[in-house]
Design a protein around this ligand. Structure first.
Ligand SMILES: NC(=O)c1ccc[n+]([C@@H]2O[C@H](COP(=O)([O-])OP(=O)(O)OC[C@H]3O[C@@H](n4cnc5c(N)ncnc54)[C@H](OP(=O)(O)O)[C@@H]3O)[C@@H](O)[C@H]2O)c1
Length: 331
């Protein structure tokens, strides 16, 4: 079997960005159901921080990264939807996208439409498909209709700016929170109907004010520990909280009776990877995203870019809340 060498970012133990080492790894031929992809750009996501710190513990040593775009270099037996030379992009388990070249399961790798650049492809697969399953599939009782209010935390981040635009395209009134006035302005410019600087404003009171005291039908909360309980107070009766991240830490255990007291609420803890369990499901979600991007309704804002070798600096910026929109690693 022929093999070639690729640079990859690896951790030997959980910890800070200083644990991220650029190493040489050997890459072989794809087996059945696999492809070998040569990356052109790599997407950075907050889940990479959780995996690096061990908040989401995985076996070590661990090659980091869940999202990238590139060109298919070799195709294993049984793979029919991709061929050598195809432009492609993915958000996928197992981790290991912070590299030049890798062999991986083909199931979650999608063809990248010609009109979409490698950079945009790398930046938006994981974040954009997340917004798709949140706004289209993680819904309160009776669904969401045009004009409905939704609360979306961290609205100026990678996932957040895509959500602002997608919600506007659906006619939803997205109330976006963010940690500075500049970030709030960015969320507004991307389609948030209302913005709240939750670093200095009481977001529960502001949501009540904006919704005429009624509350929102759904809160999409990726901040976690700092916001979860207050988010419940923003919901109308029978409302849904979808906690889909832990940027400020995991939601502490809570008494489920709280949901009754606050109005027969629903609580969900979704993850993209349940939605990507089959190739068909992955393609369906990706196609919806590609259509939104190709139509111009959702533009992917890449605000930061770092060479692969400076992946640790990218992590520092993301964790310090210094980034907006998407961040990519370049090769
Ligand atoms: N479950 C899923 O399927 C899924 C999939 C993709 C992403 N996610 C989650 O969605 C969230 C957004 O992901 P992303 O990659 O686009 O990241 P991001 O939103 O660009 O960055 C995270 C943002 O969270 C906010 N934040 C609040 N408290 C924080 C704290 N203590 N430390 C750091 N940041 C804090 C910051 O914005 P402000 O300064 O404006 O507060 C920060 O910019 C993450 O929590 C991620 O895990 C979940």
């Amino acid at each position: 079997m022929s093999s070639t060498v690729s640079k990859a970012v690896r951790i030997e133990r959980f910890g800070g960005p200083e644990e991220m080492q650029l190493v040489d790894v050997s890459v072989g031929e794809p087996g059945p159901g696999e492809v070998r992809i040569r990356h052109k750009a790599v997407g950075l996501n907050f889940i990479d921080v959780y995996q690096r710190t061990g908040l989401y513990p995985l076996p070590l040593p661990l090659n980091l990264g869940m999202e990238a775009s590139g060109v298919i270099e070799a195709v294993g037996e049984g793979v029919t939807h991709l061929k050598v030379g195809d432009r492609a992009a993915y958000a996928s388990q197992p981790p290991g996208s912070y590299c030049e070249l890798r062999v991986m399961p083909a199931r979650c790798v999608c063809k990248l439409p010609d009109g979409i650049s490698f950079e945009t492809g790398a930046a938006r697969m994981l974040k954009g498909m997340t917004v798709q399953y949140l706004l289209r599939r993680t819904l309160p009782q009776g669904g969401l209709q045009a004009g409905d209010f939704v609360l979306f935390h961290a609205a100026a981040g990678g996932v957040g700016l895509i959500a602002c635009q997608w919600a506007r395209a659906l006619g939803l009134q997205l109330i976006g929170t963010a940690g500075s006035d500049e970030k709030c302005a960015l969320a507004k410019a991307h389609g948030a109907a209302h913005v709240i600087n939750y670093a200095k404003e009481d977001f529960v009171a502001r949501v009540k004010e904006i919704t005429g005291g009624k509350g929102v039908k759904v809160v999409y909360d990726s901040v976690g520990a700092d916001t979860f309980m207050k988010s419940l107070d923003c919901l109308r009766p029978f409302g849904l909280i979808a906690n889909f991240g832990n940027a400020s830490g995991k939601v502490p255990p809570f008494d489920i009776n709280v949901l009754a007291g606050k109005g027969s609420l629903y609580a969900s803890r979704p993850t993209l990877f349940t939605h990507l369990s089959t190739r068909e499901a992955t393609q369906e979600i990706a196609d919806d995203l590609f259509a939104m991007v190709s139509s111009g309704k959702v533009k992917i804002q890449i605000d930061q870019s770092f060479p692969l070798a400076r992946g640790a600096d990218a992590h520092r910026e993301l964790q310090a809340r210094k980034t907006t929109g998407c961040t990519i690693l370049t090769l």
